[in-house]
Each structure stands twice: as C-alpha cells, then as structure tokens.
Design a protein around this ligand. Structure first.
Ligand code: NAD
Ligand code: ZN
Ligand code: ZN
Length: 391
C-alpha cells in the first residue's frame, strides 16, 4: 500500500510499504477514505518529539471502511462498516479507560518503559506518533491496523459526509475538551492562543458550552478572519498588539475567566529577541519546548481562573511564571484528548446541526501530495488551515 513515511526532520515521503495485518484478536484493518494532517504531526515532522525512525507511517486522524476483523472484536463491529477512529489507542478495560481517561490507557503502549524514563509514567499509545507512544503505524495511508477496534472505532451512518465526521478522530473532541476544561459559566470570557484547527474548534466549542465572549489570538490574519467569521470570536493579532494589555482592556481590567493554550511546543514570539532566546535554548537542549503562549496565558488569566493546556508539549520548559500561578490561585488542566469519551456525544451534536467542524478544511488532496500538504500547513501558506487527504 501507499503510506506517508517520516524520513528525517522536515522530510516526509509517500512510499510503498507492506499492507497491515491482523496481529491481535481485537484488531481491525480499515481501508482509509479520508485522513488529515494535525498540528501534532508538525511537531514530529520538525523533530521536536524524539523517537521517530525512518519509515514510520504518520497520521492519527482518519476514517474509512472496516475490511477485516480479528475474532475477538466485541460490540457489533462488522466488515463493511464505516468508522471514524480515535487517535489514542485504548483497551477499554483498565482503570484509566474505566474512568473515561482513554489517552492514559495503561495497556496500549508497548514501549511504556521508554515513556516512563521521559515522563515518569506512560500515557497511552497513539497512531503514527513515535516509538515513545507505541510505534504504531498511522493513517496517512491506504490501510491501517486499528488495535482495540471495539473501543476506538465509532460506526457512522452513510448520510453524513466524511468531511463532517472525520474530525471526531481528534481535533473536534480536542477543541471541545479544551473548552470543557475551562468549566465555563454564563457570562464567561475565554481567551484562546492559536487559531489553528484546534483553536478554531475550541472557540466554537466554548460558545457551545455557554461562553459569552471568546477571544482568539494568533498572528496570521487569514486564520484570525476564520475565527471571527466562522465561530463569532473576537481576535487579537499579537504582532500588532500587546496581548496582556489588550486582554485587560477587553475585560475591564480583570482578565479572561479561562485561557486555552492551543499552541504547544512550537510557540512563536512577536519579540524576535524572546523568540531567539527559546529557540537557542531548545537547540542547545536546555529546554525542549517554546512555551510563549503558555507564559502569556498564565499572566493574562484573571485571579482564580483556569489555564486549559491542550497544545502539545513534549518535555521541559523554561521560565514558567510560577509566582503568578500560585499567588493568584490559578488552576491548570491538561491532557491528550480522551477522544473515545467525546465521539458519540459530538456525533450527536453534528447530527443535530449544533456544530459542523468541516469549516476548518481549506485543502483536499491526494495521498501522493501529502508532502506538499505538510509544507503549506507548516509554513501557513496558501491560507492553509486544515489539509484532508484522500488515499
Ligand atoms: P497549528 O500549527 O495549525 O496551529 C498553531 C497556531 O498557533 C498557529 O496558527 C500559530 O500561528 C499559532 N501560534 C504560535 N505561537 C503563538 C503565540 N505565541 N500566540 C498565539 N498563537 C501562536 O496546529 P493545530 O492543529 O491547531 O494544533 C495546535 C496544538 O494542539 C498543537 O500543539 C498540537 O500538537 C496540539 N494538539 C493537541 C491535542 C491533544 O490531544 N491535546 C490534539 C491535537 C492537537
Ligand atoms: Zn492530532
Ligand atoms: Zn485501557
């Protein structure tokens, strides 16, 4: 089959690789009809997360048709079913899964010992997301093996097009969980750093959950325009305005009730000097991540407010404003998304017309064009927000 393979930092290629096969009884093989490139893939592309090997198949947002099933798959999945697959791989049986915390499943990362060295304890395995998280082949490909298919694959009827349901695999639940972690109450103002697919869907979700105002921060005018036009958010361009000042002005001096970091490891700073500081420290391995958005989110948040960190961080950060955090009674919540918990209720919301995540799609291309997709998504060219691949 054809699949998108990681080759080296900043190089991917679409190659012929062996077809996946059933290995365990609860596996399914899915023929992929739509796949997407995620902001998290960019961290792998650029080599910010360790443990990628040449030839690893990328991709963790995908859907398709079940073409083969192991004999142990429970819960009525059948060959021919149309499914969307959650990006965390989760067994459904362990304590974490029983509590709905699927992205920290205790059984799905065969390389847990390596993850423990890096993080203390291991999170779940993830499709196409490095050997630290299991070394599973991903879904920017024609076919994929889905372990624990009865937990991770959600059956969807044919009446909804791929474009409306594909993002149940990741960015819609991710934006939703980011908003949910803010414990939104009537009248709340939510600020969101990052106007990528995650920030856009966090904005839409925050309104869905009752926010009165949502303020989205980025530097790309076309992304800020999308946030205004498609979600109803107000926007700040951090290259034109001081974010802290602007947020104070917009909230009568108090600051937003909750702040969402939808940027993560590759934060950029309007000040060339500050950006260079973190880039240099990162290059020297003195910190692994550039937490510009996180620092600003902490400093901006109102006293007693919540920081919801949905952007992906890989390792260690520097100059975290701990004094501000503790003295002002802030709360921080985070996590890789527990996608399986949100898929069914969000499918229902899509069906009822309460949310349609397809507005983020700006590009649709053939699988063989994936390297170009990575290129324009990474460099924010051609007004790219989200690339959908058609294997
Ligand atoms: P993206 O690259 O399209 O968007 C990131 C945006 O952040 C860009 O528009 C960029 O201009 C903006 N940005 C950079 N520095 C900024 C700053 N200082 N202030 C404000 N904006 C800034 O990526 P995406 O697909 O939207 O993903 C966003 C983040 O969410 C990534 O870190 C990704 O790994 C993470 N993610 C996490 C989960 C999860 O389960 N927690 C799931 C999916 C994605
Ligand atoms: Zn993702
Ligand atoms: Zn589990």
């Amino acid at each position: 089959m054809r699949a998108t393979c990681w080759v080296a930092p900043n190089k991917v290629s679409v190659d012929d690789v062996p077809d996946p096969q059933i290995i365990n009884p609860r596996d399914a093989i899915v023929r992929i009809t739509s796949s997407a490139i995620c902001g998290s893939d960019l961290h792998l592309l650029q080599g910010y997360l360790p443990a990628m090997r040449k030839g690893d198949v990328l991709g963790h947002e995908f859907m398709g048709e079940v073409v083969e099933l192991g004999h142990g798959v429970r819960d009525g999945l059948g060959v021919g079913d149309r499914v969307v697959v959650a990006f965390p791989i989760a067994c459904g049986n362990c304590v974490a899964c029983a509590n709905g915390l699927y992205s920290i499943c205790e059984n799905s990362n065969p390389n847990a010992a390596v993850a423990e060295l890096a993080m203390g304890h291991s999170p779940a395995g993830v499709f196409g997301y490095s050997h630290l998280l299991g070394g599973y082949a991903g879904g920017q490909a024609q076919y994929v093996r889905v372990p624990y298919a009865d937990v991770g694959a959600l059956k969807v009827e044919d009446d909804l097009p791929d474009e409306k349901v594909l993002f149940l695999s990741d960015v819609l639940p991710t934006g939703y969980m980011a908003a949910e972690m803010c414990d939104i109450e009537r009248g709340d103002v939510i600020a969101i750093w990052g106007a990528g697919p995650v920030g856009q869907l966090a904005a839409a979700s925050a309104f869905l959950l009752g926010a009165e105002r949502v303020i989205v921060i980025d530097r790309f005018p076309y992304r800020l325009a999308m946030a205004r036009e498609k979600t109803g958010a107000e926007t700040i361009n951090y290259e034109e305005t001081d974010v802290l000042d602007a947020l104070r002005d917009m909230t009568a001096g108090r600051g937003p009730d909750a702040c969402i970091d939808a940027v993560g490891v590759e934060g950029h700073h309007a000040s060339a000097a500050l950006h260079a500081y973190d880039k240099a420290k990162q290059a020297l391995k003195m910190e692994t991540d550039r937490p510009h958005a996180l620092r600003e989110a902490v400093l901006s948040c109102r006293n007693g407010g919540t920081i919801s960190v949905i952007g992906a961080y890989g390792g260690f950060i520097d100059k975290f404003p701990m004094g501000s955090f503790t003295n002002r009674s802030l709360t921080m919540r985070s996590g890789q998304t527990h996608v399986q918990r949100y898929m069914r209720p969000l499918l229902e919301r899509i069906r009822k017309g309460e949310i349609d995540p397809s507005f983020i799609i700006t590009h649709t291309m053939r699988l063989d064009d994936t390297p170009h997709g990575y290129d324009i998504f990474k460099n924010k060219q051609e007004d790219c927000v989200k690339v959908v691949l058609k294997p």
